[in-house]
Design a protein around this ligand. Structure first.
Ligand SMILES: [Zn+2]
Length: 538
């Protein structure tokens, strides 16, 4: 029996939505599938994102970073990977490659990306990696088929897809390749997307949205359409309809322009084919024929949509003749911010259409019917749910057990993998590390510093400077009510007494700590809470 190494270990993206990062390991190679970011929860105080810690990653084998598609939860952390392992070969589909280049340009990071398409395949020892064209919510998305040539087994790994056989502007999901390279193997292991497992139906196709967009475009109203900017084929459908209905188009927001630039560079769209103008070049901003594609569908504080609704977008004044179209769905956690926008639109008496009114949004992930259609082609013997929070992974397992009881389900968590080196797979684990928090210009911020930020944000900050030579006390505080200002003199006297009478003879450290404790107690008695307090003895 073969002893060739073949292991798959998810290191991100399982038990969470984001930071997709999966290791495929053979005797001489490590292939990392994607290296994305995880968007932070609210209590991380405006950090940018989280990434998987690379500290434990060994460099004793040839390494390849294989990108499946250009979503941020798959490419968002690539710069960190290159900084740590500058010699890694990066292989990516063209659109993702162009998005990565745009990301790395300002950092001046050297980066050679080999672009692949569905005609390529790569060999790592006994494993052949075949990119599989799949349909999703961003162009140029791939799954992978890992064909083990030493054992009669194949792995189908698709973290993001929907089973769309009638997509717009691209080929349908490539079922033929699944049949040829996967279904033919004796042992067939599927690792598939859990994002939309709670949906019992089939996910709508991008092309299903056209009819309701036709209806929207038949209205003679200036229209603001907000959507995920990376969904280039939806933007392209909107541009096509705008052209057909003799509308004018402009775009507002950095990310929509960045994705369109990368799409143009990747030959996915030719902007010259459409009546689209830069926002600054629009002749008549009040034109009822104007279609504005805008960012900010998730209620982002810096998003264009919020800016427009707050009256902060130059040349745009909203009134009751305007129409707002949300071609999107709230990502869990963003509902409050989005409802603020809905309320603002209502206050302005403008018309609003969301995905609850018309079929104007389609998910990029498989409902149960999509999974069934793929499983019926792939005929797996083993099945591992990926790309989802724990609850979704469990539901995915229940779904497989219910409809495909003969398929062996395996449950994995991050840093827990499977060894397929023999026909009897084995569970393996590797050292788990907490994700790193990234803020500002790509810098790590330690968890205890976030805890400090939390205390400052919740209870305010007080700084006490004591000049021992001149016997002077200065108090500065931030984030405390005016009531605290009014008590400043009293506190000053109290600190003065402590520093120059009661604790006069005590050593520096003792004095500093006692004053800190007493100042905190002073505020506790005054306000009911203790601010973060810093004491400097000069
Ligand atoms: Zn995706």
């Amino acid at each position: 029996m073969s002893k060739d190494i073949f292991r798959i270990i998810p290191m991100g993206g399982v038990g969470e939505i984001g930071s997709n990062f999966t290791l495929v390991e053979t005797e001489n190679h490590r292939v990392y599938l994607d290296y994305g970011i995880l968007f932070p929860y609210d209590d991380f105080f405006d950090i940018n994102y989280l990434i998987v810690d690379l500290a434990e990653i060994k460099e004793d084998k040839e390494a390849t970073l294989f990108i499946t598609h250009g979503h941020e939860d798959h490419i968002g952390a690539v710069a960190h990977f290159i900084e740590k392992f500058p010699k890694t070969q990066i292989i990516a589909p063209e659109f993702a490659a162009n998005l990565i280049r745009l990301k790395l340009e300002p950092k001046k990071l050297p980066c050679k990306i080999k672009v692949y398409d569905e005609s390529d395949h790569f060999t790592y020892d006994q494993i052949e990696l075949h990119p599989l064209h799949v349909t999703h919510s961003i162009p140029d998305t791939y799954g992978v088929i890992l064909k083990d040539t030493s054992l009669d087994q194949s792995v189908l790994f698709i973290s993001d897809f929907k089973f769309d056989l009638n997509p717009s502007f691209e080929k349908p999901f490539d079922t033929q390749k699944v049949k040829d390279l996967f279904t033919t193997a004796q042992k067939r292991i599927c690792l598939l997307d859990s994002t939309n497992i709670l949906n019992e139906n089939k996910t709508a196709s991008e092309s299903d949205l056209l009819a309701d967009f036709e209806y929207i475009f038949s209205k003679n109203k200036r229209t603001f359409i907000t959507l995920f900017s990376s969904n280039i084929y939806r933007v392209k459908n909107i541009f096509e309809l705008a052209k057909k209905h003799k509308k004018k188009i402009t775009t507002i927001g950095r990310s929509v322009n960045r994705y369109l630039q990368a799409a143009q560079d990747s030959d996915l769209i030719n902007l010259a084919d459409y009546p689209v103008k830069d926002f600054d070049a629009v002749d008549n901003y009040q034109d009822s024929n104007l279609i504005c594609v805008v960012t900010g569908s998730q209620g982002e504080h810096l998003g264009a949509l919020r800016r427009i609704l707050n009256g902060d977008q130059k040349n745009i004044h909203i009134d009751e003749d305007d129409l707002f179209v949300f071609s999107s769905k709230p990502i869990p956690g963003n509902e409050k911010k989005i409802y603020q926008l809905y309320n603002r639109i209502a206050e302005l008496n403008a018309e609003m259409i969301t995905n609850r009114d018309l079929l104007i949004h389609a998910s990029g992930h498989p409902g149960q019917e999509d999974l069934k259609q793929l499983i019926d082609v792939a005929k797996p013997t083993h099945y591992i749910p990926i790309h989802g929070e724990t609850y979704f992974l469990r539901k995915h397992i229940e779904f497989i057990n219910k409809y495909y009881p003969h398929v062996q389900t395996l449950y994995l968590e991050n840093f827990q993998g499977l060894d397929f080196s023999t026909l009897q797979e084995k569970f393996i684990g590797i050292g788990q590390k907490e994700p790193l928090l990234i803020h500002g210009d790509g810098h790590v911020i330690e968890r205890e510093k976030i805890s400090e930020r939390r205390k400052m944000a919740c209870n305010g900050v007080v700084m006490i400077s004591i000049n021992q030579k001149e016997q002077k006390v200065e108090i500065t505080h931030a984030g405390l009510p005016i009531l605290a200002d009014q008590q400043n003199l009293k506190l000053k006297d109290h600190v003065h007494y402590l520093a120059f009478n009661e604790l006069k003879k005590r050593d520096y450290d003792y004095k500093q700590e006692q004053i800190r404790i007493k100042v905190r107690n002073f505020y506790k008695a005054l306000l009911g809470y203790k601010p973060q307090t810093y004491v400097h003895l000069l």
